[in-house]
Design a protein around this ligand. Structure first.
Ligand SMILES: *Cc1c(COP(=O)(O)O)cnc(C)c1O
Length: 378
């Protein structure tokens, strides 16, 4: 185990747990279904290079990221891995697609035409996936207008239509609407009848709950679940059990006793109802401790839950450590992770912060050291 004593605030990333999650999810998929690993936003805050290297060692079929910059990082690490760009590519970014051999997502005719013209001028072809808006109301061509765009793209000589996909808006909250989206997508596929080798995908982590082995779907796009976080508490997720990968810790920088009535932190949003021992932790919102945890959150110290007192500040968070024996400056406080016998999951942490785990993970800032466990030597 690496020695963490030098860190004020750090996350541990357990790549062995990540690998087990990946293998379990892959094993749960019907034979022949491709695994598209979504590693945008620095691999959900886990660190792109380390996570991507592990994914390359384990074997995934495709990477997906938000933009060409993120894709360039993956491309530097390995030639040949297919990489799908999920967000719109700005006109000035389009040459990156050719330089790094990336796959673009297309939502309308103008985008398609622009990329076709560019590829043609460079004497090459570009791989594209056509995105269908089946009710997300964001990217993609509205499903009722998709046939026309599909045919237009097929007729563009410098584009190669490799895949077609859609995205669910409410897979974690509204199974009925997800089914509506699925049926709209399948209905469209009936009409356009893409070739057998076309990559057809719809499911994100939450979608795996209702992933039917419909033979039309031959890929899934998994982000959150591979990091060991269920997208919602009672999710079934094809029966896959996952383990947490990330643990978020800080240390106690100062311990002191304060008298009854003392106002705590900026704005005095909390007054001590009795004499209290407080600990000042060496992490605040500048590190990714959500401001919303003020007077709501808790941390674990020596296995005890300790309430956050007053507002979270930029560099420090104040917690109640009254009654915990043998406390010392330098002891560890856990925001996400285990402190036996207790545990705070990323889901519970996000709930307390009145946000979602995707946001909570992406908010852990650059100031926080990432410590990697069990990197696999090849
Ligand atoms: C981020 C993203 C995903 C991954 O979603 P998770 O819920 O994290 O599994 C899949 N598809 C698209 C289009 C995305 O933007």
């Amino acid at each position: 185990m690496p020695d963490n004593a030098q860190h004020r605030c750090w996350v541990e990333i357990h790549l062995d747990a990540f690998e087990r999650n990946l293998k379990r999810i892959q094993a749960s998929l019907p034979h022949g279904v491709r695994y598209i690993s979504v590693v945008k936003a620095d691999a959900y805050g886990h660190g792109m290079p380390q996570v991507v290297r592990r994914l390359m060692q384990c074997g995934v079929d495709y990477f997906a990221v938000a933009n060409t910059r993120e894709a360039a990082l993956i491309r530097e690490m390995g030639a040949g891995w297919p990489i799908l760009i999920l967000s719109p590519v700005l006109p000035e970014e389009a040459p990156d697609l050719i330089r790094d051999d990336l796959t673009a997502t297309i939502s309308d005719f103008t985008e398609a035409q622009r990329l076709n013209t560019l590829a043609h001028s460079k004497n090459t072809t570009l791989k594209v996936h056509l995105k269908i808006d089946t009710g997300m109301g964001r990217l993609g061509v509205w499903h009722e207008q998709a046939l026309k765009l599909y045919e237009a793209i097929k007729a563009m000589p410098s584009l190669r239509l490799e895949g077609i996909y859609t995205h669910f808006s409410s897979a974690d909250s509204d199974p009925e609407f997800t089914e509506t989206q699925r049926q709209r997508f399948l209905g469209l596929l009936e009409i356009i009848n893409p070739p057998e080798d076309c990559i057809i995908h719809a499911d994100n982590s939450a979608g795996l709950d209702s992933f039917t082995a419909d033979r039309r779907f031959n890929a899934v796009r998994v982000g959150l679940l591979q990091f060991g976080i269920p997208p919602y508490p009672d999710s079934v997720l094809a029966g896959v059990r996952v383990e947490p990968v990330l643990h978020f810790n800080a240390r106690i920088g100062l311990i002191k006793k304060l008298p009854t009535g003392t106002g705590i932190s900026y704005g005095h949003t909390h007054h001590l109802p009795k004499e209290t021992t407080i600990a000042v932790l060496t992490a605040g919102y500048g590190d990714g401790v959500p401001y919303a945890l003020g007077n709501r959150g808790k941390v674990l110290v020596h296995g005890h839950p300790c309430a956050v007192l007053g507002r979270v500040t930029m560099d420090q968070t104040i917690v109640d450590v009254s009654g915990i024996p043998d406390l010392q400056v330098g002891d560890v406080a856990v925001f996400i992770g285990k402190s036996a016998p207790r545990q705070i999951t990323a889901n519970a942490f996000s709930d307390d912060a009145q946000t979602i785990p995707w946001d909570a993970l992406c908010s852990i800032s650059k100031r926080v050291t990432r410590v990697y466990f069990t990197p696999r030597e090849l």
